[in-house]
Design a protein around this ligand. Sequence first.
Ligand code: HEM
Length: 456
Amino acid sequence: MTPIGAPAYEAPPAPTSSSALSHIPGDDGWPILGHTLPLLADPKGFVERRAQRYGLVSRSRAFGHSNVSMLGPEANELVLLDPQKIFSSGLGWDVILGRLFPRGLMLLDFDEHRLHRRALSVAFKAGPMQSYFTELNAGIARGIAQWPRRREVKFYPLIKQLTLDLAATSFLGEELGAELETIKQAFIAMLAASIAVIRVPLPGTRMRRGVLGRVQLIDYFDRQIPLRRERGGGDLFSYLCRATWDDGSLLSNADIVNHMIFLMLAAHDTLTSSFTSLVYRLAAHPDWQEKVRAELGGLGLAPGAPLPFERLDDLSLTEMAFKEAMRMAPPVPSLPRRAMRDFEFAGYRIPAGTAVNINPLYTHFMPDIWPEPDRYDPRRFELEVSRGRHKFAYVPFGGGAHMCLGLNFAYMQAKCFSWHFLNNVRVSIAPDYQPEWRMWPIPYPRDGLSVTLSPV
Ligand code: HEM
């Protein structure tokens, strides 16, 4: 077994040069820049145009690296299930997240990853989830009560602030006191740095502020770990402080800190993005907004009451509405990997070292699988309609060994949000309003999404 802390492979293969990929359809784009600019400008259109021109497997060059794009459910299945342990998630994500989020779960591989995932899973079992849910109910109700009514507001900044506040309480506990603001600011600096164009922490750059934010968070977590171990607590951080390896020994401070910082990243932007998509779709489709509100009303609870944990499974229409919003704007639109060994796909031999990408965003719009893919229709997720659909056609949470560990957390929070939001407000948009979505690195409306919230 690979020792904890050591990489799960000996020496990673060197990144593949574009000449080693010349047998794969595609091109290198512009000198130096490759395809970086068109990819950034319109990631969905870029991938669709290349699929049309070159097919489901093609090579391109962006951010200084050659990579092979593998599209469609079969590619998703091969890469995500990865029975032969070919694809390194760590080396794929390291380019983007390595500096600020080293050794987060998604950046570990194979045997080592399995051990860490098992240790972390304790914080995602039913008991801890119920405890986070109590905090979420209270925090969401409090947050939404403060949102303005009867005038146009930008929804994206409101929800971003709310998910940050919720992460602070459900992840870190109520008793942050005076440190709350420092921690939030440190985390915001890290989030901004994770998508910064300049990747070196030069003075005055976002990356520099992100690196300093990380130092502040490490300091806070390090001080808190012994206290949390002593006094317990029902927040995610306290559960991780008590988490153990298979032999019963506790995780090291460094492991807890790395996992906590990564978990905060993994949860925050994804929830913000997916809730924004959901609210936009419900505003644009008042019929669906009413259907979901009727389902929530059908629970027979007082409107201001907390949503009981035991009733989460009774909200199937709410879940379908959320799933369809994520189909159209998957919060993680593409997933990077690096091949550790040569492999074959669709008749092409792809050498070890190649950076490969699979693409939930492309797959979620394939018209053979999703008729009229631009139409919002939650009924696609009814049992009858989904029967026979490829298991890897819908992958907002990935799949296989690295499948999102927070999936149930995300559904739970989405339902709790819908309960408090739709019980309190009716959301609408101007009739001709079509916000432009930026799809990369995480989908969000460029203008912040203008909506009007009226009392129900
Ligand atoms: C709508 C919300 C969310 C979406 C769409 C989402 C999506 C994803 C995806 C696609 C991956 C796999 C990436 C890959 O294979 O390369 C992933 C991994 C992960 N997510 Fe989420 N996520 C969401 C919310 C959350 C939340 C709330 C948490 C924590 C509470 C979380 C924790 C994680 C962790 C720890 C991993 C790494 C799993 C591993 O490598 O074993 N996510 N997520």
